[in-house]
Structures are given as C-alpha cells and as structure tokens.
Design a protein around this ligand. Structure first.
Ligand code: ADP
Length: 808
C-alpha cells in the first residue's frame, strides 16, 4: 500500500472496504502461506480458516496451479523484495466450484504478504460448458442429418453446408455436382428470403453425385438476432425423390389397373363379334400406356410347329420394321417351353441372352428388339399363342407390379378369345339346327301339298259319290272313306302347323273378332256330336267382352276348335260351358279370359303337365279308345303363347276339366274397320242360270270336282290346266268368275291374276283363289286382290255360297 493512500485511509477503513466487497479477499503470510486475514465473504465461504495453510483451506483440484501461481513468490516480488505484477488465473476446487483469482504481493515494514482475491465463476463456467455441449450436439445433428442444411449469411455467402450436401451434391474433390442453373435458382431463392420474405417452401431439382436429378423440398427461414437484426438464412432441403417416385409409380399402376379393368369389363360384356376389335383396342391402349414400342398377338400352330402374328401395333409408324410374320418353333423353343408351363418371358436386355440361345438372340437382334416381355394365351389348358411387348428404341425395365397387371390383362384376353370360340361354335351349331329345322318344315310343307292334292280328289269325289250311292253297305264304306280322309287331312294339317310354329314361322295377324260369333260357329261345327251325346252347350259371355276385339281369328278358332273338340270328345254326359271374363289391371291393360269347362272324364294329376307335349295322350283305364293324335294341345299351347297368352288347367277325374286361357293386353277394335264375313246359306233351288265359270288348276281331278259341284247348280265350266291358256280363255269367254289355283307349274295364280287385272277386257271379272290352308292363313296380304279365297279341299257349300254371293 503506498504511503499516500495510508495517509488518506486508516487501516480500519481499509478493512471495512474489504469486508463489504463481494469478492473473497484473503491475506496470507508470505513465509508459511497461512491465512492472516479473510474478509466477510472469505470467512463465510471458508469458516475457521485463519492460521490454516491456504492449500488446506482451498482444497484445490489441481495443486500445481497453487504452486505455480499463488505460491510462486518469485513472480510476485523482485530481488529486492518489492512487489511485482499480480498473477491471474482460475482454479477449480474439489467440490467443482470455480473461481477467478488474482494474487498481489505486498510488503509492510519489510514484512511480505500476499493478497488473494477470488471471484466465483462456477455458474458462468457451467453455462458455458452447457452451451458448448449443446453446440456440439447441434453441430452433430446438423451434420449428420439426412437432409441438406445450409446457412446463407447476410453477405450472401454460404457459411455452412452439412455432410448431406457434401456427400450428395459434391464429388470427392469437393466440386459441386449441382448444375449451374440449379444452383442459380437455389441462390436466388436464398436471396429472396434474405431480402423479402421470412419463410419459403419450394421444390427444387438438384443433380446429385449419383448423376440423377433429385427433387428437394426446400424450407428457408430468415434468422434475426434479439434486436431484430438480420443474420442470414437457414435452409433445409428434404430429398423427396423416392416419395415422388413412389407416388408416381402408384399413380401409374392405378391408372394401368383402371385401364385394364375398363377394357376387361368391355371384353367380358361385349357381343361375340366385337371381341376381336376389343382385344385389339385393349392391347393398343395398354401398349400406349406402358410406352412399349410394339405389341402383338402370336397364334400357335401346333401341327405346323410354327407361330404367326395375327395382330400387331406399333407405338409410332416409323418404328415399323421388317419383322417376322411366321416363325418356326426351333428359334423360340425356350419360349414355348415357358409358355406351356404358364410362365411369362422377360428379357430385360437382348444382349444378355446366353450363347446357348443364340438363335433367339439373333432373331431378336435382326428385329431391333432391345427388351421384351411376353405372356402365354392359354385356354382349356392349351397354349394357343402369346402376347408380346417389344422395346425397340432402348432397353426397358419391367417392374413386378406392371408385369402382374399385364398378366391379368392377357388372361382376360385369353378368356375372351376362348369365349369367342365357344360362342361361335354354339352359334354355328344353332344355325345348323335352324337350317335343319327349316329344311324339315319346307319338306313337310311340300309333302303336305303333295299329299293334299290327291286327298282333295279322294274327298271331293267321295262327296259326289255320296249322293249317287244309295245301297246301305256301300254307303257305309263310302262314309268310312270320307271320315278317314278327313282325319288324315286334319293330321296332315296339324303336323304342318306344328312344324311351322316350331320353326318360328307363324305370324299372328289380329283383326276385329266378335267372340260370340266364333263361339256360335264352334257350337255349330260340333252340333251333331253335341246332339248325339245329349250334352248341354252353354255360352256365358261377360257383358264387357261383347263387341269386337283384335284377335287372329283363324288361330283363335283353331284353339277353340281343339279345346272344345276335346271337351266334347271326353264328355259323355253333362255339359260343356264356354265363358269369358274381362280382367283389367292397374296399368289399364285389358286381358280376356276364356274358359272351357266340361263334366267329362277328367285328367289325372300325373298327366296334367304332359298333355301339352306333342303326341301325348292319356291312356284310359277303361280301355276305351279315343281318336286323336295328341297334337291338338301342343299346337294350342304354342298358338296361345304366340298370341301373348297362357293356358291353365284344372281337372279332376270323373268330375270334369276346365281349361282357362288368358290373352294379355287385348285391344278393342274400332268399329269402322269391321267387315261382315259371314256368307249367306244357299237354298236348294239356287241356280247359276248357265253362267260361265273358268276353272284353272293343273290337276285334272280338282277341276273335275269343281265342275261337278257347279254343274249341279246349272253353271257352265270352262277348264284350263295352266296360266297362259287361262289368260287367253278369260279374255275370250269373259266368264262370270274365275276359280284359280295358286300353286301351278309355270305361271303361278298370282301372275295370272296380275295379267287379268291389267287387261281391259278382264279387269272386272271376279277371281277366287284356291290355296292350301296354311298359305291362306299366313300370307293373307298376298290375297288382298282376289275377290275371295277358298282353301283346299274345297267344300261344295262354301264354293257355291261364295260364288253365288259374287255372281249375284
Ligand atoms: P288328342 O285330343 O288329339 O289326343 P290333345 O293334345 O288335344 O290330343 O290332347 C291330349 C290328351 O289330353 C288327350 O288325348 C286326352 O287324354 C287329354 N285331354 C285333353 N282334353 C281333355 C278333356 N277335356 N278331358 C279329358 N282329357 C282331356
């Protein structure tokens, strides 16, 4: 202490200052290093330390420090014992407290002392250490992060880049692999945040050390200090290339899947003649989608041991090359083996095909193929060909998922081709069956015509004979001939009808029909039988059904004739009842129900279903034989169906039978189009008064029969056996009417009519057509220019009635 200070401050005041200092102040004896004095803070920290050696008091962790600094007296005093500079340093105590110290030497009255000032630093030191640990951790995190991290300072310099950047975006020598354009964009993006924005997220491409362009999602944030001063920009870049690739691949697979599904559904549901086109469309679309250069279908010809291309499509026209159209098995033996086991063929790189398959390699090289993928087309466990995808411009990598989807697509294609084959076979078989059926019907039609012509003569002449024969036995023989003839005629007509209905050649031609009239006619037809059996015949008409309805009259009559005929046939006593009902449903459709009820022998349950089959008859227990063919109900049911109706049956043996026929959606006729169709009966005294009739028929017997009928009523008959003569005779004689056969060799009846109607001289002569029953039923429209149509065999009363009406 220098003297001047001593003069100002007393020792006491100095001690007081020392005592109130926050620092720990200790005065040591120079010689023995023992504590002479400690201020309040010193005593508080080191109680009972006076007169103890400083070394023991402080309990330092590193004693050298004391030796060097606190105890190194030589540094504190010069040779003459005067204090030199103070010494500074830091010490750590055993309990980890940390202090800054400063030691001064002082001398007083030749006595030397040392003053030690200690300031505790533990907290600061600890904080610093913590900060350093954090720093290091942060550094490691930044460096080891699997993302790119950089710091761009206020002067627009990259101050920090982490190992991700170094490892991926720089080569071994530390040169950037990122292209100039790419780094320029990144630089501008950093500047943008530094200057304008607080924060950005961008997607940037960078060329990495691996040579590929990687997509980085870059997040940049501006850094400022506590005073708001800009420090720079920190950037983080996440490599999302894989995510992006996966996303893109998923999208690609999803779309391919959708494409295949769409085409599959078309292929599964399309008509057989569209299959080929859809297969081609499918392959073309897939080829385009997966960007392969060429797709093709190869058909296998097992017997010729070769394959041939039946369809191919190139992505672009310029890729077309002189590929093979046919190939023999030898060149592609390996493929056929694979395909036969239902494996696919995958060649990533044609150059890699092993030497042992050099044939195959050469063939593909010649065709410029770089990669290929092919799938077998198998159906019914048989290899029928394959579908191939070629890459011509460059090799292509096919991933498993795509291969999987393509495989499904080719399986669907194979299935569709199988369906095509199968359905075509069925269609051909059906056509063949239809053709056979048509031939059968035609044969039947021809046959029945051939049979009908002589039958006509037999019946007609028998009828004529009936009047001249009077002897009992002969008359009964003749009756048998007539009855058998009529039965035979009915059978022929039935068979013909059935075959026509079965081959679908029946047209339903509705016209206005009065049901009551039809019922009465039916009653009349069976009049004799009804009387013979003493049956009651009841007609019960619903008021609502009275009037005209649109029905095919001929067919309706045929139906009733069969059903009522059966009822009479199978009823020996009691009644037959025809009733009608009108049923109107919600949609205002009118259904007409006809029922024919009898009190006859009935039909046992077990037979009820089968009686509608052709040729089915119930064998009667009583052994009684009923005539018939078993065709009636078969025809009836088919006709009813064709007329949009159905037939039901309720029957009990010995009680009776009820057939109910429902015609659906029957329309009421407008009265204006109703024409009177009944003919007046001819009285026995009727006479043609020598009127002339021209009878044209190629069959002599037919002409002869009509001649006899007409002459009986004083008609004069002129005959012609062909159309040409008939035309001449007509213009020469101008007959009162012409009876004209339709089916004649040479000129047909239609042609003859045409000539007659086009000749001034004959234009007004009435012409009656003679035709087969079925033809008249089905081709009614063709007969519209005739004055009347008579069906063969011609019945006398019908002929005379019609002619009398026409001639007047
Ligand atoms: P067909 O009458 O020519 O034998 P159908 O096809 O008209 O042929 O009838 C088939 C069979 O159904 C008849 O043979 C008869 O056994 C039975 N059948 C039809 N209608 C009746 C009826 N009303 N009562 C009893 N049996 C009937």
């Amino acid at each position: 202490m220098n003297m001047k200070l001593k003069e100002i401050l007393s020792l006491e005041s100095i001690i007081q200052i020392f005592d109130n200092l926050n620092s720990l102040l200790i005065i040591l004896h120079y010689d023995d290093e023992k504590l002479l004095f400690a201020n309040k803070s010193g005593l508080k920290r080191f109680p009972n330390s006076l007169n103890k050696k400083i070394k023991d008091v402080l309990q330092l962790s590193n004693e050298e420090e004391i030796v060097i600094n606190i105890e190194s007296n030589s540094k504190l005093f010069d040779n003459k014992g005067k204090p030199k500079n103070s010494l500074k340093g830091s010490i750590r105590l055993f309990n980890s407290e940390y202090y800054n110290y400063e030691v001064f030497g002082i001398s007083d009255n030749n006595k030397k002392y040392k003053i030690l000032v200690l300031n505790e630093l533990t907290e600061i030191k600890n904080n610093l250490e913590e900060a350093e640990i954090q720093n290091r951790m942060l550094g490691t995190i930044i460096d080891e992060s699997p993302v790119a991290i950089w710091f761009f300072d206020n002067d627009a310099n990259y101050k920090l880049i982490n190992s991700f950047v170094k490892n991926n975006m720089q080569d071994d020598k530390g040169n950037s692999t990122v292209l100039n354009d790419e780094s320029e964009i990144a630089y501008q993006n950093n500047l943008e945040v530094l200057k304008k924005l607080n924060y950005t997220i961008k997607y940037e491409p960078f060329t990495f050390r691996d040579g590929r362009i990687h997509q980085l999602k870059s997040i940049r944030k501006r850094i400022i200090d506590e005073n708001g001063k800009k420090l720079g920009v920190i950037g983080i870049g996440i490599d999302i290339t894989e995510i992006k690739n996966t996303e893109e691949k998923l999208k690609y697979l999803k779309e391919l899947n959708e494409l295949i599904s769409e085409f599959s559904s078309k292929l599964i549901h399309c008509k057989v003649n569209n299959i080929d086109d859809y297969v081609k469309d499918t392959l073309k679309a897939i080829n385009q989608y997966i960007s392969s250069d060429r797709v093709y279908i190869c058909d296998l010809n097992n017997s010729a041991k070769n394959v041939s291309i039946s369809y191919e499509h190139y992505q672009t026209e310029d890729l077309k090359n002189i590929g093979w159209v046919e190939l023999n098995y030898q060149k592609i033996e390996r493929w056929i083996d694979l395909f036969n086991q239902n494996y696919y063929l995958l060649i990533h790189d044609v150059q890699q095909i092993p030497y042992s398959y050099s044939n195959e390699k050469l063939m593909l090289e010649n065709r410029n193929v770089k990669s290929m993928l092919a799938f077998p087309l198998i159906y019914n466990s048989e290899l029928i060909g394959f579908v191939g995808f070629d890459n011509i411009q460059s090799t292509k990598y096919w991933d498993n998922d795509t291969i999987f989807l393509l495989r499904i697509a080719t399986e669907i294609i194979a299935g569709s081709l199988a369906r095509k084959n199968f359905e075509l076979r069925i269609i051909n078989a059906m056509n063949a069956a239809e053709e056979a059926s048509r031939t059968k019907s035609e044969f039947l039609a021809n046959m029945s015509h051939e049979i009908r012509t002589p039958m006509n003569a037999i019946l007609g002449f028998s009828e004529i004979l009936q009047e001249s024969i009077t002897t009992g036995v002969q008359k009964s023989y003749l009756n048998t001939i007539i009855n058998s003839g009529r039965n035979l005629m009915k059978l022929i007509n039935d068979i013909l009808d059935l075959s026509k209905i079965e081959s679908g050649r029946i047209d339903i031609m509705p016209e206005p029909v009065d049901l009551l009239r039809i019922f009465s006619e039916i009653e009349k037809i069976f009049e004799i039988k009804i009387k013979d059996k003493r049956l009651e015949f009841i007609i019960d008409m619903d008021q609502d059904v009275i009037g005209y309805w649109l029905f095919d009259e001929t067919r309706l009559r045929q139906i009733l004739f069969n059903v009522v005929g059966n009822s009479i046939k199978f009823t020996d006593q009691g009644y037959i009842k025809i009733s009608t009902r009108l049923i109107q449903d919600n949609s205002n459709k009118k259904n007409i129900e006809l029922s024919v009820e009898d009190s006859g022998i009935g039909i046992p349950d077990e037979h009820q279903k089968r009686i509608f089959d052709s040729f089915y008859q119930v064998s009667s227990k009583s052994g009684k034989r009923y005539d018939g063919t078993g065709l009636g109900l078969a025809i009836t049911m088919r006709l009813i169906k064709a007329m949009n109706g159905e037939i039901r049956l309720v029957s009990k043996p010995k009680i009776g039978t009820n057939f109910t026929i429902t015609f659906n959606d029957v329309r009421q006729a407008e009265l204006t189009i109703i024409k009177e169709q009944e003919f007046p009966e001819v009285s026995d005294e009727f006479s043609f008064n020598n009127a002339r009739f021209l009878v044209v028929d190629d069959i002599h017997n037919n002409r002869e029969m009509i001649k006899i009928f007409l002459e009986e009523y004083k008609g004069i008959v002129i005959e012609s056996d062909n159309g040409n003569d008939a035309i001449k005779l007509a213009s020469f004689y101008k007959p009162s009417a012409i009876i004209l056969d339709i089916r004649m060799p040479g000129m047909s009846g239609f042609e003859v009519l045409h000539h007659i109607r086009n000749d001034e001289r004959t234009i007004d002569i009435p012409v009656i057509a003679l035709t087969a029953v079925s033809s008249a039923f089905q081709e009614k429209h063709l007969y519209k220019d005739f004055n009347a149509v008579l069906t063969k065999p011609v019945r006398k009363d019908e002929l005379i009635s019609k002619l009398s009406e026409i001639v007047g």
